[in-house]
Design a protein around this ligand. Structure first.
Ligand code: NOJ
Ligand code: CA
Length: 539
């Protein structure tokens, strides 16, 4: 056991309310992110689909996670990979049908997998019927008041706001006509969330999917819905992308919280612990905690952890600051190492063998921390970012709107390798061509290959998730830091669990002398942890 004497007096001691059998599932859940278009392609058109996902549900179940989160599958022109929705109540024919979605939900629930879907409320597609009507409607009309149309200054836009993808955040619907705001691509016009019609429509959309049986929603750009009504120019101290600083005129405005309080009333009216997870890129844990107050959203991705460099102090601060801020509102932490918008962690942590070792250690760190966690498809295979994609195949609007200065996010979205020796590696039927080319050297990273290798990343994730389900100390709860030297993070959790991570390069002795439950790579014969290694102990 980790004795109280060894736990106290070293840094922050964080505890949350005692987890009980009745604690809602989302406080501890590990949720697998399915980027549908890159997961599995059943019909061979090169794009992953719901039928492909259905056929691979056993894989996700056997991995040992509690739920899946699906990126948008709604009808969409795909100007931003489905984050430009033209119909919020249907499935894009590229991905399947509503009937297939219902079948997927049924199949998932039969395997005890909950299903979270992606809601995109900040903007619609420019092909959404509302925006098509707004284009030809006069200034000030009901159609235009659903969006943020403004007059410009001659040929100049209303203000200097920039699109997150590069370029101005304003476009015109026609010469001499008004400008409309798009914080992302011009094909993604921002909605006006002060308009009650917009609020009613999205509450109806939530109900449409909750009625079908979904377990929750991931809220896209949760920090973006409300804008400073005066729309002041963006001061020099504010960046458009990256975590939003307090006082920013179009990110993290107070009014967003009214929206989430109303949504919480909607979800609370349904049985079965329905849940929301916020994608809110805000600067401080205190800002983030406001999204998960008890009458707002349930959880929020912890991007400060994802962004933390591979450094003991930075990681520990990200963990402590987050747990401290969230404990003050009674919400669990939600750890995340990667997703479809960021460079995969193997590459972020240095690439090659070193990047892989660090990513293995990071996985044990993340899954040992209090709260829930997300695993982005391919993370469990240790896939690296695909850096060598030719420009001609790139699809991310970031790449095009910055004239290629930013490479964009395609490199973390390359379709999964399932089996075989050559592309499409079982992602689609033999001879099919995945929408992004897979590296020809991925044969050793396929699910089939890794499943048979006890040393693989997949085997590590499976074992960690198995232990996580078994050990009462993991999931929701608190942690206590243990004394450890510079490059080492060590914490205990009750009952009887400890995690030690050596982020340095040289082997170090472990502050824990107890049975090793799992290690990200073999420990030295004397029990020391090699560089970039994490271990779980029955303390
Ligand atoms: C966040 C999503 O994760 C990202 O992929 C998308 O481009 C933007 N929001 C805009 O919807
Ligand atoms: Ca397909």
């Amino acid at each position: 056991m980790v004795s109280a004497g060894r736990c106290v007096g070293y840094g922050v001691r964080v505890t949350s309310s005692n987890p009980t059998a009745a604690a809602p599932w989302w406080r501890s859940a590990v949720i697998y992110q399915v980027y549908v278009r890159s997961f599995a392609d059943a019909n061979g058109d090169g794009i992953g689909d719901l039928a492909g996902l259905r056929s691979r549900l056993d894989y996700i179940h056997d991995l040992g996670v509690d739920a899946i989160w699906l990126n948008p599958f709604y009808p969409s022109p795909q100007a931003d990979a489905g984050y430009d929705v033209s119909d919020y109540r249907d499935v894009d024919p590229r991905f399947g049908t509503l009937a297939e979605f219902d079948a997927l939900l049924l199949d998932s629930h039969a395997r005890n997998l909950r299903v979270i879907i992606d809601l995109v409320p900040n903007h619609t597609s420019s092909e959404h019927p509302w925006f098509k009507a707004a284009r030809s409607a006069p200034p000030g009309s009901r159609e235009r008041r659903r969006y943020l149309f403004r007059d410009g200054y001659g040929e100049q836009p209303p203000n200097n706001w920039r699109s997150t993808f590069g370029g101005s955040a304003w476009s015109r619907v026609g010469p001499n006509d008004q400008w409309y705001l798009h914080l992302f691509a011009p094909e993604q016009p921002d909605l006006d969330w002060t308009n009650p019609e917009v609020r009613q429509e999205f509450e109806a959309i939530l109900k449409f999917w909750f009625d079908r049986g979904v377990d929750g929603f991931r809220i896209d750009v949760a920090h973006g819905l409300a804008k400073d009504p005066g729309m002041p120019d963006l001061g020099e101290s504010f960046a458009t992308s990256g975590p939003a600083m307090a006082g920013h005129p179009h990110w993290d405005q107070d009014q967003v919280h009214d929206v989430y309080r109303a949504w919480r009333r909607v979800s609370d009216a349904y049985p079965g612990d329905r849940t929301f997870v916020a994608e809110a890129w805000v600067h401080t844990p205190q800002q983030l905690a406001r999204y998960v107050r008890s009458d707002e959203l349930h959880t929020a991705f912890n991007f400060n952890f994802l962004l933390a460099p591979w450094n003991a102090q930075a990681l520990r601060s990200a963990i402590d600051d987050s747990l401290g801020a969230l404990a003050s509102v009674g919400a669990p932490a939600t750890w995340v190492l990667s997703n479809h918008d960021v460079v995969r962690e193997v590459t972020r942590y240095g690439g090659g063998d070193l990047g892989t070792q660090r990513a293995r250690a990071a996985a044990l760190l993340m899954l040992g921390l209090p709260g829930g966690a997300y695993v982005y498809q391919g993370e469990e295979l240790g896939l690296p970012e695909v850096l060598e994609l030719p420009d001609a195949v790139r699809q991310d609007p970031t790449f095009f709107r910055t004239g290629g200065r930013q490479r964009g996010r395609d490199g973390c979205r390359v379709p999964l390798p399932w089996s075989g020796e050559a592309p499409p590696f079982g992602f689609g039927p033999p001879g099919s061509k995945p929408w992004l080319p897979q590296p020809s050297n991925w044969a050793n990273s396929t699910v089939e290959h890794e499943r048979s290798d006890p040393e693989s990343m997949l085997s590590l994730y499976r074992e960690a998730l198995r232990l996580r389900r078994e050990l009462p100390s993991l999931g929701d709860g608190g942690l206590a830091w243990l004394p450890a030297s510079g490059d080492v993070l060590a914490f205990g959790r009750e009952p009887g669990f400890a995690c030690v991570v050596n982020v340095g390069e040289r082997a170090v002795s472990s502050p824990i002398r107890a049975k090793v439950l799992l290690a990200s790579q073999p420990l030295c014969s004397d029990g020391r942890l090699p560089g970039a290694t994490a271990a779980w102990y029955a303390s």
